[in-house]
Design a protein around this ligand. Structure first.
Ligand code: B12
Length: 207
């Protein structure tokens, strides 16, 4: 972990903002900053599971990260305004309200020229299906950070199949604990290790 990850883990708000400015001035990209923050958030999560941090500390870590995102979001706009590379539907699955990672994916996708329907958090399967039917998107992204929401991802994949859309829509999943086993369990096409991998996947689908 670098200084920024450690300062975020320790919830040293003032130092976090100073380090973001320092690293940007030294040439770090928005993605470098996000990756460092991600490590800090995972470490804060570990302190929570060990009982050192309480929910209030997790809420505070999320507030700090949201402030950082306000600062770096403008740096994530790489496509010319008005470009449309393709459509993507995305949301955090039912039962889960974590949205910082999903919002980063949305910002990166929009910044790369994709038209994104962001359904928000705690999204039931039928809402994903409706949005796919309405938009004609070829990619569905699901975010999930809680182990117990894995069956819900599978449920969404099955709902997409029941609506007759499974061969038209590629499904990606993401969120810190998501891996190849979860992908297989859910029946998704791709498990993204981070937001950049998700955007790459969408680029490949839309050529
Ligand atoms: C901040 C936080 C919260 C905040 C969320 C605020 C918000 N608006 O999102 C609050 C305080 C509300 C919260 C609540 C809870 N949390 Co919480 N939380 C976290 C924490 C510390 C950081 C999450 C985060 O924002 N990370 C930073 C972002 C940038 O990372 P990310 O989400 O992984 O996203 C990146 C990639 O994964 C990827 N990505 C994410 N989604 C997607 C989707 C697609 C399609 C793609 C392509 C890519 C992609 O892109 C991002 C950038 O690369 C994690 C720790 C961890 N290990 O992640 C725990 C953690 C996820 N929480 C946990 C728990 C237990 C809870 C609670 C149940 C606690 C409680 N007792 O109430 C509740 C659940 C509420 C609910 N029903 O959802 C556990 C989950 C354990 C598990 N695996 O099941 C964790 C792992 C902490 C821990 N170690 O115990 N939490």
């Amino acid at each position: 972990m670098n200084d920024l990850s450690l300062a975020l883990r320790d919830l040293d708000e003032k130092r976090v903002y100073e380090l973001v400015e320092k690293q940007l001035a030294a040439g770090a990209s928005a993605i470098d900053i996000i990756n460092a923050c991600n490590e800090g958030m995972v470490a804060a999560g570990e302190l929570f599971s060990q009982g050192t941090y309480f929910i209030s500390e997790l809420i505070f870590s999320a507030e700090i990260l949201k402030e950082i995102m306000k600062r770096i979001e403008p740096l994530m706009q790489t496509a010319p305004a008005g470009a449309c590379r393709g459509k993507v539907v995305i949301g955090t699955v039912k039962g889960d309200i974590h949205d910082i990672g999903k919002n980063i994916v949305v910002t990166l996708l929009r910044g790369s020229g994709f038209e994104v329907t962001d359904l928000g958090v705690d999204v039931p399967a039928e809402k994903f299906v409706e949005a796919l039917e309405r938009s004609g998107a070829k990619v569905l992204g699901m975010s999930a950070l809680l182990n117990f929401t894995y069956p819900e991802m599978k449920n969404v994949v099955e709902a997409v199949a029941s609506a007759g859309l499974r061969d038209k829509v590629r499904i990606i999943i993401g969120g810190a604990p998501v891996n190849e086993q979860v992908r297989e369990f859910a029946g998704a096409d791709f498990a993204a290790k981070d937001a950049v991998a998700g955007v790459e996947f969408c680029r490949n689908i839309y050529g």
